[in-house]
Design a protein around this ligand. Structure first.
Ligand SMILES: NC(=O)c1ccc[n+]([C@@H]2O[C@H](COP(=O)([O-])OP(=O)(O)OC[C@H]3O[C@@H](n4cnc5c(N)ncnc54)[C@H](O)[C@@H]3O)[C@@H](O)[C@H]2O)c1
Length: 324
């Protein structure tokens, strides 16, 4: 029997790539999204059910209709700066509404719940590479939301098996060229650097050059969105034999500074990235680089696309992406 997986946030950047990977594995992805921040053009591998994760009646109807085996939960607000400005709105949409979804998943007896968590929960790094047992000390309401949802999943682990996938920085795009990152406003470094180099956007502002890092700019671990998507498919399969809750880092295990990313983008685009220097952004950690041994050994997952491939794929997508 073909398995159906409900993908909340399936019309978003990462969710659309997860839907494609699920379809490639033989499953039917049902995208469940308000379209508030997502795009109907990004839903290409299964049906779109418009709905809010905070709407229990709508979730009941969609789960009864499609009878999913599992839910992959990516829906939420994602921008750290916005969470600092509007913490109550973030708490409602990200935490309270995730609680409604978790209750629905339990009511309908779903076999697996895979959650998009974030490395942001670790806060200030106490070790060079962050492993899953690093203390959780969020620096922003957004990161606190992720930590709180993880705690809900731990607390409900006796009724719903779950995995929290702690992404580092998602980047790149599917090489097929029909889906990719299309946030509005865009706040992620790679698309902003590409836009600046292509002359499609404003010059880039480097947010802080006085961090305690080799060149003073933040160091991040970039992971190709298709490598992320692959891990979700593996996590659903793994949960079939593993009750309770588990957390997995998903990164490349290698860090690049903002300046290094700007230089690599400039090399690949073949144009300089016009940029200036600005103040630090509240809620940013100086360095977030993952120890990914747990996902490698437990899920059999390996990232396969390096930083250059991520920039090349994001650039190809940028040249094609639908404009509003
Ligand atoms: N992009 C990254 O680098 C990164 C890193 C760590 C974690 N994450 C997490 O991954 C997930 C997906 O991120 P993304 O970059 O694809 O974001 P995105 O904004 O492209 O996708 C999120 C989707 O969720 C939908 N949504 C929001 N609230 C909803 C609700 N109440 N009900 C139904 N749909 C709702 C939006 O319309 C959007 O389509 C998010 O949970 C994010 O916090 C992303």
């Amino acid at each position: 029997m073909t398995q159906t997986v409900l993908v909340t946030g399936g019309a978003g950047y990462i969710g659309s790539h997860v839907c494609k990977a699920l379809a490639a594995s033989g499953a039917v992805p049902v995208a469940y999204d308000t379209l508030e921040r997502g795009h109907d053009w990004a839903v290409q591998w299964g049906p779109l059910e418009k709905g809010d994760i905070g709407d229990a009646a709508r979730l009941d109807a969609v789960m009864a209709r499609h009878r999913p085996l599992a839910v992959i939960h990516l829906a939420g607000y994602i921008e750290v700066g916005e969470s600092v400005r509007e913490p109550a709105r973030f708490h409602k949409n990200n935490v309270v509404n995730s609680g409604v979804l978790i209750e629905a998943a339990i009511r309908h007896g779903l076999g697996a719940f895979v959650f998009s968590s974030s490395c942001a929960i670790y806060g200030l790094p106490q070790t060079d590479l962050l492993a899953e047992d690093h203390p959780v000390a969020p620096l922003s309401p957004y990161a606190e939301n992720k930590a709180e949802i993880e705690r809900l999943l731990v607390a409900t682990g006796d009724r719903l098996r779950s995995a929290s996938l702690r992404y580092f920085n998602a980047a790149g795009a599917d090489p097929g060229g029909t889906i990719g990152e299309a946030h509005d406003p865009e706040t992620h470094l790679m698309p902003l650097a590409i836009d600046a180099a292509l002359g499609l956007g404003k010059p880039l502002t480097i947010l802080g050059t006085d961090y305690d890092t080799p060149d003073g700019t933040c160091v991040r671990d970039y992971i190709h969105v298709n490598d992320l998507a692959d891990a979700h498919v593996r996590a659903v399969g793994w949960l079939a034999d593993h009750p309770g809750h588990a957390a997995f880092n998903l990164g490349s295990g290698t860090g690049y500074s903002v300046r290094e990313l700007v230089e690599e983008t400039s090399r690949i685009v073949g144009q300089p990235v016009p940029h200036s220097v600005g103040p630090r952004r509240p809620g940013d950690s100086p360095k977030l680089v993952g120890n990914i041994a747990h996902a490698r050994t437990t899920l059999g997952w390996t990232p396969t696309r390096n930083l250059a491939t991520q920039i090349e794929d994001a650039l190809r997508w940028r040249r094609k992406m639908p404009r509003k």
